[in-house]
Ligand binder design. Structure first.
Ligand code: HEC
Length: 494
């Protein structure tokens, strides 16, 4: 007992940490601030620490190489003792952390806690949100499965739209022109070194500011924040009617963090780890590529936008959104704090929450990632088979087996991601159809590796039969002397 005390004294004499820690623990906070509404920040911190611990455990086994990443996840899932559980904890922890950080931000926004003198605390918090999302995205890539592949593809296509420097940006992100081994190394470095390092630094500053400036008081309607008087008012409030942070406020933080960890452990044990889904391959469309839930809204938004608006919104949207968040405390750094007297703020928060929730809900099904069972087994409409040759009917079977209808409608039924194909033969010639199917284009994956020559021949024969009876199929304009209107329209397509 004496020895421990002596040791502690020896260290404290040199570190000089005892006093500041004691002060931080006992600093007075407003009585009503020791409330259940104020527990989300500390819970985010708790989950972050858990993420560091589980992440380090995973890094012992994970191999950041394109050839082995997927296999090493299988080893974790099936061979390593408790590997699946650590993966599940880390995956669910990521979801929990994003959710907690978002709730924390909404609470801080509604309680006016970003106002003077806590503007910088909020701004650092905005960066913490971005880093949390960055961790979530890069983590999903490390899974290097189907979802990761498609997620990266979309990320790259967003980057590629940046004017002038788009291509170099994509190269920097992927470590080359395509998604390959270098891509994985890059994301590994970002996920385990760069962003966590920044996270630790920013969280440190964030928490330090919370301690130095004091926890926000409970917002009272009519208690206006003025730069000239606020600090004195806050000081009086905490010293006349304050309670020590430990144990009064800390108790609720502690209990809530404990509950969150319990729920997290339950989710991990009950629902298990995320993926990995199939090996990454763009032509295997049987998996439903889908991002983790917190990116679903963006996914759905993109799928629903008219294509000519996509680039603008993709590039300008985030800049405006982040700019607004950063500027918020600088624009409205004083004034009313209570949400009861800030109808516009409440309305803004509601509109944003409801739109994100609605888009997230939409993102879980069509049109971006069609519900695969709905159409994949649906037969080609009989109308399109009547009077067709054996080869063309064979092609219809290939069309059905390869689940082209997940993205393409026939007879008004099917996915909306690609164009309806009922009259595709009037738009594309046989050669163009072959190229489209084998090489893919735009958002359509290439089927070259997944179709035998016989299947391709049959499939294209079927596609070539898809034109109204009274309208001729498209032909190559260079091979016919007199071009009909449809011919030139079809041949004009690249
Ligand atoms: C993952 C969704 C997806 C799947 C699966 C898919 N396609 Fe596509 N397809 C598209 C998209 C998107 C386009 C539009 C391409 C573009 O951006 O230019 C397209 C275009 C086409 C076109 C050209 C249509 C036109 O009017 O220009 C043809 C033909 C076609 N696909 C055939 C097929 C066939 C055959 C299959 C099955 C082997 C198939 N597609 C599977 C998404 C898909």
């Amino acid at each position: 007992m004496r020895l421990t005390k002596d040791l502690a004294e020896w260290f404290d004499h040199r570190l000089q940490l005892g006093q500041p820690i004691k002060e931080a623990m006992q600093h007075p906070v407003p009585r009503r601030t020791a409330s259940w509404a104020y527990v989300f920040g500390s819970a985010s911190l708790t989950v972050m620490i858990l993420q560091f611990v589980t992440g380090i455990c995973l890094a012992f086994v994970y191999v950041p190489s394109a050839g082995q990443a997927w296999t090493s996840l299988q080893v974790l899932n099936h061979q390593q003792a408790f590997g699946w559980f650590i993966r599940a904890l880390h995956g669910w922890g990521s979801n929990f952390m994003v959710a907690l950080v978002l709730i924390h931000m909404v609470q801080v926004f509604l309680f006016g806690a970003y106002k003077y003198p806590r503007e910088l605390t909020w701004i650092v918090g905005v960066f913490l949100l971005l880093m949390t999302l960055g961790m979530a995205f890069t983590g999903q890539v490390l899974r290097f499965d189907q979802d990761a592949y498609w997620g990266l593809g979309i990320g790259a296509s967003v980057m590629g739209r940046v004017p002038l420097i788009g291509t170099p940006l994509v190269h920097a992100m992927l470590g080359g022109p395509i998604i390959a081994g270098e891509t994985l190394s890059r994301f590994f470095a970002i996920h385990v070194f760069i962003v966590p390092g920044m996270l630790i630094a920013f969280v440190g500053v964030h928490v330090l500011m919370v301690l130095k400036l004091g926890v926000n008081e409970w917002p009272m309607p009519g208690r206006i924040v003025k730069r000239s008087t606020y600090l004195k008012e806050y000081h009086d409030l905490t010293h006349k009617d304050g309670v020590p942070f430990v144990p009064d406020a800390f108790r609720k933080d502690f209990v809530f963090s404990g509950i969150i960890i319990l729920v997290l452990v339950f989710c991990a044990a009950f629902f298990g780890p995320f993926g990995p889904t199939g090996q990454p391959d763009p032509t295997i469309v049987q998996t439903v590529p889908r991002p983790d839930y917190f990116f679903l809204w963006g996914f759905a938004g993109l799928a629903l936008l008219p294509p000519n608006l996509e680039t603008i919104l993709l590039l300008v949207g985030p800049v405006i959104g982040i700019g607004f968040l950063i500027a918020l405390p600088l624009i409205s750094g004083t004034g009313e704090k209570s949400w009861r007297r800030r109808p516009l703020a409440v309305l803004t928060a509601l509109v944003i929450i409801i739109s994100l929730a609605a888009l997230t809900q939409l993102g879980t099904y069509a049109p971006w990632s069609p519900v695969m069972d709905a159409w994949s087994s649906a037969p080609v409409p009989p109308k399109l088979l009547a009077g067709r040759s054996a080869l063309e009917r064979q092609g219809a079977v290939v069309f059905q087996a390869k689940q082209c209808r997940n993205c393409h409608a026939l007879g008004g039924e099917g996915g909306q991601r690609g164009p309806a194909l009922d009259t595709v033969a009037t738009r594309l010639t046989g050669d163009q159809l072959i190229r489209q199917v084998l090489q893919g284009r735009g958002n359509m994956p290439a089927y070259g590796k997944n179709l035998s020559p016989a299947e391709t021949t049959a499939l294209v024969a079927f596609l070539k039969s898809l034109h109204p009876p009274n309208q001729a199929p498209a032909q190559d304009a260079s091979l016919v002397s007199v071009a009909s209107p449809q011919t030139s329209a079809g041949a004009g397509k690249p």
